[in-house]
Structure formats: C-alpha cells, structure tokens
Design a protein. Structure first.
Length: 582
C-alpha cells in the first residue's frame, strides 16, 4: 500500500480520541495516561503522546501508532486495520487494480456475507415463533433464557425448504445458498442442511456471520447426525474460526483479558458465559490449529484448555497443547472429573466448582506426564520402565534447566527410580567438579540495543527535525545497523521529495520496538549541534577504517599497486576528519 497515503491517513486520525474509545485516559501535560489494554495492571503505565501520535506502555513495552493499536485491539491484520481507520475518518481507500477474477471473488464473498446475515436473522425469528415448542423445551432444560438466546443469536431451522423459500424471496439464488453451505441437493430437490436443528451462528471479528452449527433437537428423528457444522466455503474455514470470538473481542474492549478458556462445544461456551466465565470460546472441533493459536495470542497470554473429560477429549487436548505452546502462549489444562463436560459440571456443582478447577489447572508438561502415567501399569516393571523412558523424553524437550529439574522430580515420584538413573536417561548428569574448579555461574544474556547509540541519536535527530540536524550529505553508507538504515532511508526519501516527516508512519515502516526507539527518543541536555557533527564525523571515520582494512586484505591477495594509492587517499581523508577539518 502507498506509504504517502498511509502517512496522510495517520495524520487524519486523532490517536488520543481513538484510544479513548477503548480505555479511560487521564491527561498530564501533553501526555495522556491509562491502564494498558494489553496486560493486567492497576497503576497506569500506558502513555499516549499527543504531539507525536504514538503510544507506549512502560510496563509491557508495547508501542505503536493508530494502525498497530487497531490491529491488536480488534485482532485484525494490517490491511483490515487500515480499512477500519479509513472508514472511521471517512477517508477514501486508494483504488486497487483488481483483475477481473479477483473482483468477482470479492463481490461473491460480500454477497455470501449478506446472505448468511439474512439467514441468521430468519433462523433467530423462527426460534421466537417456535410453534412446536420443542426448541423452547430444549432451551429451558439447558437453562438458556432469552438473554443468552439473544447474546449468542441462537436460531431454529423449521423445515427442509422453509429457509430456501425465505432467501429466494430476498433475491438470493439456490447456487448462492449452496456456496454459503446452507443447502444441498438430493435427487431433484434442495433442502436446508440444518433442518430440525437448533442453530448456533458462527460470527467473526467483524461481526459477520460466516457459518452455522446445528444441534438436533429431536434425538428420535430419522436424521442420524446429532451435530452439523457448515462445511468449507469461500467465507468459512473452521481451522481459522473460533466460536464466540466476537464476544471475546467485545470483552477485550472493556479491559485486559486475563485468560481465554477453550471449550469443545457450543453449549459448553454458552454455559461458561452464563456462569460468569465470559472469555470462553470453542475451537470448532478438537484439533487446534496454528491459525487459531495466533488469534488467541491477540487476546491473552494464558489459555486454559477445557475439553470434555472423556478419552476423545483428552487425546485432542494433547494435540492442541504443543500448537498453543509454540505460539508463545502459557498453556494450562483443566481436568473435569468423571468424564463430564463444563456444562454438566456447572449444572451439578456450580460456578465455584469450575473456578476451583481453573485454580488447580496443570501446566502443559505436568499434563503430558500425568497422561502418560495413565497408560501404563506401574505394577509391571517393564511398563514402569517404558513410562520412565517416555516421560524423560518430555522433560528433555524443555529448554529451561530449572523446569527440567522440577519435572524430573515428578517422574521420580511416579516411578520411584533414583535421581541418578533418571538423570542418566535424560543426559543431565553433570561432569564431576574438581576442588580447583569454581562452581559454574549462569549469567543472563547481555541486553541487545535496537541500534548503536550514535546511530540512534543521529537518525532520531533527523526524524525529529532538530534544528541542528541536517542532511547536507548522504550518511547511509556510514550506517551499520539495519534499523538505522531503514529509518534513515525513510527520512531521506521524504526529505528529497519535499514531504513532511511523519513519526507515526515509522510504526508501519519498521517493527514496533524498532520504531519506538526512534519515534520515542528522549533528547537530553547536551544533544546539540556539536554532538551531532562529532558523531557524524565518527561514523565517517569508522567507515573509512573499515575501507582501509578491506583494501589492505585485497592488496595482500592481488598486489595491485593502484590499491596502495586508494588506501593513501582514504588515510588522508581520515586524518582530516580526526583533525576536525571540513
């Protein structure tokens, strides 16, 4: 997307007003402060700089511009965030030159979204007008009142052809209904695939209906399948969907989310919301995907997997654990006793019983070890040994040595094997230290700066348009840090074109941490013309020294006398710079 257009969009957006819709802000001077929406905190550390139009949290270090804020708050990608902002400030998006096929695809998707929305409304009206009373009886038995029915947009499919007739009256064609996953053909007749079912609309981040789930109400019906979900369509992919993610988004807009609960089914999610656990979603099946993990990461750092307590649920839990962990999430497993699901447990024992299970949830590694232990008969020595071998593999996969130490103790408690034997199995036995050898000391990694200090100051001074900073000559060849190079390239492109500098635009050109080091640079006394010129001169000198070194090595290989002359020229230039000459 055109960078100039992005700059203009960011200039039109008033960041303080935008962020103020999501969280309360208190003004202190030219900076507004609030509690960070991206992590839990009681004391405000989230600063919105009104002059520079970017935000920074001094707690979790999140920073960015209006686009990155919308990306995180709305859990959308860059282009969708741009569209949201452009629509908000009534700024026309640039015309995209789509080929004919792409244009047809976009129009088709928009048409399907409209069809699905109309279908969802009609299913919901059907539920209100349920003449048989079956759906009402089912909802009453499950404890679902009108508030929950409305919150989740529940509906009812009355008959095989009823929805088809309704949608045709609105101008939709049967082929469109089929493309949306609503109908199928048997012999010469079409029928609603959700016929006879309670309807659960699946709604995405943008409040668009993408598909449906259906639960058979009359279990004595000739219809064999209890649950039916929308199959893959141009607008629905279950691997990228989460049931109730639209409600999770609304919850996030009220404040930071401490954790997300992933349940297995629609009714579990509704039961959890009813009991006060309003960050529950369902994974559209028991096999979690990387796309779903990425979505969850936008909402919280901690995820509880709360699948049914039966064998199928446990197996699915194991598959999902590693996917979530690799996405950087803190994963915990809720084990529901007696093979129950969350809905059953809450009905029988109440919300406090489920909350106690959350408090006692196991970590990923503990769950893996306990699940392995349940597969082996520890009375059989061979079985116990096999468990130890498999459990130690789980422990060895941990990167943190302290965690390996702790979980090896759990394996030891399960088996009774000696610490020494398990350590040998895990290859964790340390070499014996001699009396003369000092104890090993583990030091943390040295902090890594985003840019070298000199380069950071020079580029920041140029981008902040300090009066002493000028681009009289191109310093790009002297810069060694990639971030400084990218930021300087942005500056020089704007400078040469006579366009104004937009600091918020850096957050679209660079990553957040990289951009923040420059956009949020704090100048101090002593940051003046003398310092700027001295550091630019130092950059040049370092560049010339590298050139001398490079040419010297080249001369050793080639013995080309012309190289000697070039080295001499560079040395004279270097001497002039050291002497402070111009």
């Amino acid at each position: 997307m055109d960078r100039d257009w992005i700059d203009e969009l960011l200039q039109k957006v008033e960041l303080t007003a935008l962020i103020g819709r999501y969280l309360p802000l208190t003004r202190k001077g030219r900076t507004l402060w609030g509690c960070c929406p991206f992590h839990h905190e009681k004391d405000p550390s989230f600063a919105v700089n009104q002059d520079r139009q970017f935000y920074h949290c001094f707690g979790c270090k999140e920073s960015g511009n209006a686009i990155t804020f919308i990306q995180k708050m709305e859990s959308v990608d860059f282009l969708d965030a741009v569209r949201i902002l452009a629509d908000d400030v009534n700024y026309t998006l640039p015309e995209f030159k789509l080929d004919k096929e792409a244009q047809v695809t976009r129009e088709k998707r928009e048409r399907l979204y409209a069809l699905l929305k109309d279908a969802a409304k009609h299913y919901h009206e059907n539920l209100k007008n349920d003449r048989t009373g079956r759906a009402a009886g089912y909802l009453a038995a499950r404890g679902l009142d009108d508030r929950l029915v409305t919150k989740f947009g529940l509906g009812l499919s009355l008959g095989g052809g009823e929805m088809i007739a309704h949608l045709e009256s609105l101008g939709y064609k049967k082929q469109e209904m089929k493309d949306a996953g609503l109908i199928e053909q048997r012999a010469d007749s079409w029928y609603d695939v959700f016929y006879g079912r309670l309807i659960f609309p699946i709604i995405d981040n943008f409040s668009q209906v993408t598909g449906f789930g259906g639960r058979l109400i009359n279990l004595e019906s000739h219809i064999a399948v209890k649950y039916r979900n929308t199959s893959a369509t141009p607008v629905f992919d279950k691997s990228k969907s989460l049931y109730a993610v639209n409600l999770l988004k609304k919850r996030k807009q009220r404040g930071p989310i401490p954790y997300v609960i992933i349940a297995e089914g629609y009714m579990d999610v509704i039961a959890l919301h009813k009991a006060g656990f309003d960050t529950a979603v369902a994974s559209m099946g028991t096999s979690l995907t990387q796309q779903q993990a990425k979505i969850l990461k936008n909402y919280a750092e901690t995820v509880y997997i709360s699948y049914d307590g039966d064998g199928a649920g446990q197996t699915a839990t194991l598959r999902g654990l590693d996917i979530l962990s690799k996405a950087g999430l803190n994963v915990k497993v809720v084990t529901i006793p007696d093979g129950k699901d969350p809905d059953d447990l809450i009905k029988e024992r109440g919300a406090d019983a489920y909350r106690a299970l959350l408090d006692g949830a196991r970590t990923l590694t503990a769950f893996k070890i306990d699940t392995l232990a349940a597969k082996y008969d520890f009375k059989d020595p061979d079985q116990k040994a096999k468990f130890a071998v498999e459990a130690v593999k789980v422990v060895k996969a941990l990167e943190n040595p302290v965690e390996r130490e702790e979980y090896l103790k759990i394996v030891q408690r399960h088996t009774g094997y000696s610490d020494e034997a398990l350590r040998r199995q895990a290859d964790m036995t340390a070499a014996p230290a001699s009396a003369a050898d000092p104890a090993p000391v583990f030091l943390p990694d040295a902090p890594k700066e985003t840019t070298p200090k000199a380069e950071l100051f020079i580029v920041a001074a140029l981008l902040h348009e300090q009066p002493y900073a000028s681009a009289d000559e191109d310093i790009y060849p002297y810069l060694t840090d990639r971030v400084a190079q990218e930021a300087y390239r942005y500056y020089i492109d704007r400078f040469k074109a006579g366009r104004p500098i937009s600091l918020p635009a850096l957050f679209s050109a660079l990553s957040e941490g990289e951009a923040d080091s420059i956009a949020g640079y704090e100048f101090v006394p002593g940051d003046d013309e003398k310092k700027f010129k001295t550091l630019v001169s130092s950059l040049k000198q370092n560049h010339l020294l590298r050139e001398i070194d490079r040419l010297s090595k080249e001369y050793e290989t080639s013995r080309d006398v012309s190289i000697v002359g070039e080295i001499g020229r560079i040395q004279r230039e270097l001497s002039r710079l050291k002497a402070g000459g111009e």
